[in-house]
Design a protein around this ligand. Structure first.
Ligand SMILES: Nc1ncnc2c1ncn2[C@@H]1O[C@H](COP(=O)(O)OP(=O)(O)OP(=O)(O)O)[C@@H](O)[C@H]1O
Ligand SMILES: [Mg+2]
Length: 253
């Protein structure tokens, strides 16, 4: 199986308290991996270990190894000769629970990161902006108001903007931490359809609280409890129909 990330013996603690406890697991390159588990089980911390975001919080220490595909090559991101964290975070893009557009115009939200990270500017940045806003289905909705503050968009539109912003930086891997948790049902469905349409293009690792969403989107499942992965299985093990949600619920117990 081709991998997009490989975690070996990963332990993460905050202020001496163990939050991830000797985790060893592989993430498939194809399809969407869904992380499920009760609140506090370590899902967000595991996602953040994959792009070295944990260390931006005080009191964090980590041991073990994490390799992700950077530019197509499996790379130990904590090694001494690892790429810098900016490159790692570009490679493993992240979308958060609450949309986090920059306090700038829609246009700048797209073009500024492109300029800073990829060195793309001017007409190239404009056409790239259009390409990725189209890809998330936002272009027609926003093309007349690109200079308005991004905060003037609805929550669902903001989240699609954040996805477009991440995707435009050509990540190797997308980390999604409950990307629909702050959205209404309709907006969640739009994002879910979008993630399904992206599945062929980019590996995704997603935390979800919704078993219905997990059932709909997940190809691979990892169940977390107390800082460990307690069960791992593939879509083929899910029963059909509503029984799938009952199956997942039982896994969480
Ligand atoms: N920056 C931090 N500083 C201190 N403790 C932290 C930090 N981040 C996470 N923790 C602790 O690590 C544990 C796991 O947190 P984490 O956010 O990974 O859980 P989670 O599974 O994502 O939960 P939820 O479903 O509520 O989002 C919790 O006990 C939390 O308090
Ligand atoms: Mg979380």
């Amino acid at each position: 199986m081709e991998l997009c990330a490989e975690v070996k013996n990963l332990t993460v603690s905050f202020n001496g308290e163990t939050v991830l406890d000797h985790i060893t697991t592989d993430f498939a390159k194809s399809g969407i991996t869904v992380l499920l588990g009760r609140s506090g089980s370590g899902k967000t911390t595991l996602l953040r270990a994959l792009n070295r975001l944990n260390e931006t919080f005080p009191g964090c220490s980590a041991s073990g190894s994490v390799r992700i595909a950077v530019g197509g090559h499996m790379t130990d991101i904590y090694a001494e000769n690892a790429p810098d964290t900016a490159q790692i975070r570009r490679s493993a893009g992240m979308v958060f629970q609450t949309p986090n557009p920059l306090p700038l115009s829609l246009r700048k939200n797209m073009t500024l990161p492109m300029e800073l990270v990829l060195g793309v500017r001017g007409a190239d940045a404009e056409s790239r902006m259009k390409e990725f806003l189209c890809r998330v289905g936002l272009w027609e909705e926003v093309k007349e108001r690109l200079n308005m503050p991004a905060s003037s968009l609805s929550g669902g539109q903001q989240q699609r903007l954040c996805l477009a912003r991440s995707l435009a930086l050509e990540p190797d891997l997308l980390l999604l931490d409950e990307p629909t948790a702050s959205l209404d049902k309709r907006s969640s469905e739009v994002i879910e359809a979008l993630l399904q349409s992206l599945e062929e293009r980019i590996p995704m690792i997603m935390v979800s609280h919704s078993l219905a969403q997990a059932k709909k989107l997940g190809d691979h499942f990892k169940i977390m409890s107390g800082g460990r992965i307690i069960k791992e299985f593939g879509r083929e093990e899910l029963p059909d129909g509503r029984d799938a949600e009952i199956f997942l619920e039982e896994m969480l117990l």
